[in-house]
Design a protein around this ligand. Structure first.
Ligand code: GDP
Ligand code: MG
Length: 597
């Protein structure tokens, strides 16, 4: 095909506004899938994504679209994730596109995350076409939503296609508008090759597979290529597109998006953001690539069985290949042994990584409470960063501790504004702005990141009947009165249970924490003392009373089936227990610090 008939686009949408359904519908219309295949939402290919209904990794699909005037277009659709934790993936996918569809649920209206992603798209020079989805629903209110899009985002939305991805209503019109509205890529098939790696992943059979966008030139099977970052040369063994199935074509041309396989076995051989050119044109410039994203949240992860340590490290290495935000360094805990301190974009990212490690790699892991990064200024002026509470140095030598502050934008229907403001106040938020935008209010707050990353988003949802939406980004470090809160079990400090708290809240937190721990630690054959300590002083204590003899006798007697049930239960519980000294501590207890306020 000719470059003027190529259209590269992404879909920007808030979770649940129908991006996956719309994508599947487009794929179906363009003949990429049968009815049966459509049953499964193909783009959310990871099981985990399907279950959680979110899209994590960017994917691409190349489709043929025949317009009513009989022109044959090549559509390259690059999927993007919708959750706030993954916004960096969005800008990555947008880089390969000339346009984007902004899908808005016509019954719900605009959400904060879409606003942020839309700005990114516009900044990168993309044409953004608003699409009103779910027009089949009785609560669809297109005029209200058009007004919101214009008011909040500043995009003209009068001409927005009105569709139902579910029923197929308006879909033909949408495609016609797409190919006229979104411009073709600029590029020259005759020029030296300049291709950007949008994504790379490791496949057990094929080695490293890279998703690339060709800006200039033509790449063919058998070509000798050069990775600009490493200077190493490879030979293309397979090249093609996703339809969404992987399909070899033998060639990719300027403007196109597809895969390249070049016998690369080392997972660092084709890094995301790298530029590919021909070995014979080493003078071709490197593309700017992507901003390296920094993890915002850190947690310790430890294999329940220490035999799994090597497997755990291999699994992290594999996951990190196509997840630039995943960061990990070895950590040695007195209580939990050898593991890793792993950095994530947010707590959802953390949960997903933990689940993938357990499901795809068969690991049993114990995760400690997530924490943000603190900046320390020592007495001698030296600056350092701490992402592990137990490593917070002796306060005598610290001049100042600073915590990360975020700027948060919240969109919420007016009737829930009061709830949202109260929640922000509880979390030490400072209001910067509040204004009416369409039928919603936009609130701008500065909040400590530690208050936002944990469960703020879930809370916002629950106090607004699901309507509030949130976007946030790091602003700066700010001095705060912080201290390390330690937990002692039977007199021994458990490093993996330490947290960093505000001094004003320390006593209350300590009390709440020991109470929670007392509920969570199963009774043992002896009394277990649980204490919270601040700077070496115990501020709260509780005791898990020993089991009485006759209770145990009862447990272990009884009929066989009951006994088996009990044993099964114990086995399951075991999976998530870790022996700390003489005491078995369940996984939940390590996360208890998050649940106390
Ligand atoms: P995503 O999170 O943006 O990918 O959203 P999905 O495509 O997974 O859709 C979320 C929910 O909305 C699913 O239950 C879909 O069946 C439903 N949905 C999507 N599009 C439409 C539509 O046009 N009409 C109706 N009634 N439901 C839709
Ligand atoms: Mg989806």
């Amino acid at each position: 095909g000719e470059i003027k008939h190529i259209r590269n686009f992404s879909i920007i949408a808030h979770i649940d506004h129908g991006k996956s359904t719309l994508a599947d519908r487009i794929i179906q219309i363009c003949g990429g899938l049968s009815e049966r295949e459509l049953k499964e939402q193909v783009l959310d290919s990871m099981d985990l994504e399907r279950e959680r209904g979110i899209t994590i990794k960017a994917q691409s699909v190349t489709l043929d679209y025949r317009a009513p005037d009989d022109t044959l277009y090549q559509l390259n659709f690059i999927d993007t994730p919708g959750h706030v934790d993954f916004s960096y993936e969005v800008s990555r996918s947008l880089y390969a596109c000339e346009g984007a569809l902004l899908v808005v649920d016509a019954g719900q209206g605009v959400e904060a995350q879409s606003v942020a992603n839309c700005y990114t798209a516009v900044e990168q020079g993309l044409e953004v076409l608003p699409v009103l989805n779910k027009m089949d629903l009785p609560q669809a209110d297109p005029d209200k939503v058009i007004h919101e899009i214009e008011e909040i985002i500043g995009l003209e939305a009068d001409m927005a296609p009105r569709v139902s991805a579910k029923t197929g209503l308006g879909m033909e019109g949408l495609l016609e508008q797409l190919v006229t509205f979104i411009p073709p890529p600029k590029g020259d098939v005759e020029k030296p090759v300049q291709a950007l790696i949008i994504d790379s992943w490791f496949d057990n059979y094929q080695g490293v597979v890279s998703l690339v966008r060709l800006f200039d030139g033509t790449l063919k099977k058998g070509d000798k290529i050069l990775m600009k970052s490493t200077g190493r040369e490879w030979e293309i063994s397979d090249i093609g597109i996703f339809t969404p199935r992987q399909k070899s074509t033998g060639v990719l041309r300027a403007g196109e998006v597809g895969f390249v396989i070049a016998g690369i076995k080392d997972i660092h051989g084709a890094p995301v953001g790298d530029t590919i050119t021909h070995a014979k044109t080493p003078e071709v410039e490197r593309l700017p690539g992507f901003q390296k994203v920094k993890p915002q949240v850190y947690a310790g992860m430890f294999p329940i069985s220490s035999d799994d340590y090597e497997d755990f490290r291999d699994a992290l290495e594999k996951l990190a290949l196509n997840d630039a935000s995943l960061d990990y360094i070895p950590e040695n805990s007195d209580a939990l042994g050898f593991g890793f301190r792993v950095g994530f974009l947010g707590t959802l990212h953390m949960e997903i990584i933990q689940e993938r490690l357990e499901r795809e790699y068969g690991l049993d892991l114990l995760t400690t409470a997530p924490t943000v990064i603190y900046e320390l200024e020592m007495d001698d002026g030296e600056i350092s960063y701490v992402s592990n509470p137990s490593k917070l140095p002796d306060m005598g030598r610290v001049n100042e501790i600073r915590e990360p502050i975020v700027r948060a934008s919240i969109l919420v229907p007016q009737e829930y504004v009061g709830n949202v403001i109260s929640e922000c106040v509880v979390r030490r938020g400072v209001q910067l702005d509040m204004q009416v935008l369409g039928s919603q209010m936009q609130l701008i707050y500065e909040l400590p990141m530690s208050e936002v990353v944990m469960d703020f988003f879930d809370r916002l949802k629950s106090i607004s009947k699901g309507y509030a939406s949130l976007d946030y980004g790091f602003e700066r470090f700010e001095a705060a009165r912080l201290a390390r809160l330690d937990v002692l079990i039977n007199g021994d400090r458990v490093d993996a249970l330490a947290t960093i708290v505000h001094r004003e809240q320390a006593h209350q937190r300590g009390r709440a924490l020991v109470e929670r721990m007392q509920e969570m630690i199963p009774r043992q054959m002896f009394d277990v003392a649980v204490q919270a300590a601040l700077g070496g002083h115990v501020v709260a204590r509780s005791t898990v009373k020993a089991l009485r003899k006759n209770v145990t006798a009862k447990c272990y007697g009884g009929d066989v089936s009951r006994k088996r049930k009990l044993l099964d239960k114990q086995k399951q519980g075991k999976k998530r227990m870790k022996q700390v000294g003489k005491v078995e501590i369940p996984q939940d207890a390590f996360l208890a610090v998050l649940k106390v306020n």
